[in-house]
Write a protein that binds this ligand. Sequence first.
Ligand code: HEC
Ligand code: HEC
Length: 137
Amino acid sequence: MKKNLIYMFSFLLVGFVLMSFNNNFQTGKYEELSKDGFKNLKILPKNISKDSLMSLMEGYNKALGVKCNHCHTMDKSSDKKHEKEIARHMIKFTNELNAKEFAPIGDQYKNAIECATCHRGSTKPMSDTKTFMESKK
Ligand code: HEC
Ligand code: HEC
């Protein structure tokens, strides 16, 4: 009889522990979807976490040698700056190029192309290439 009670207690305890885990998990997930909910994402995944979005944005800064205001006004969700629209095309073709033309070559190529592959700290890769080619003449 006593043994049975102990069994029942441990059973309940495990149940409670599991329930609280499950609860924590669900609130965490909910927060990631709503608190970080960005307003105007057309290319990046809508449920992207704040951390992932910010590390992408900081990567753009480095690759182009700019600050956030090169593409953004104070309101980051605004589409006022043409550079932001250009960047959307760039993100799209970079992702497509990797997925369609590089990933099939081999797994190690699936992220072969990055903003920095062309930009290398500059907003003007076209003129950089021209200067480079001219210097080889
Ligand atoms: C090269 C251009 C570029 C730079 C530099 C850049 N961003 Fe962005 N950012 C974008 C683009 C493009 C989007 C929209 C992506 C989409 O439509 O999926 C965006 C979206 C965002 C959003 C989401 C806004 C919303 O609610 O829709 C935030 C926040 C943001 N950027 C912050 C930053 C910060 C902070 C920096 C500097 C650390 C930065 N960005 C640098 C291009 C840039
Ligand atoms: C295959 C090469 C290539 C890749 C990869 C690339 N770009 Fe570009 N990007 C260019 C070229 C070429 C231009 C035209 C600018 C010039 O040289 O006049 C440009 C222009 C831009 C501009 C406008 C520059 C300005 O004058 O302000 C932005 C913003 C930009 N790219 C963002 C990005 C971002 C963000 C990525 C990564 C997601 C990226 N680019 C990846 C080649 C590239």
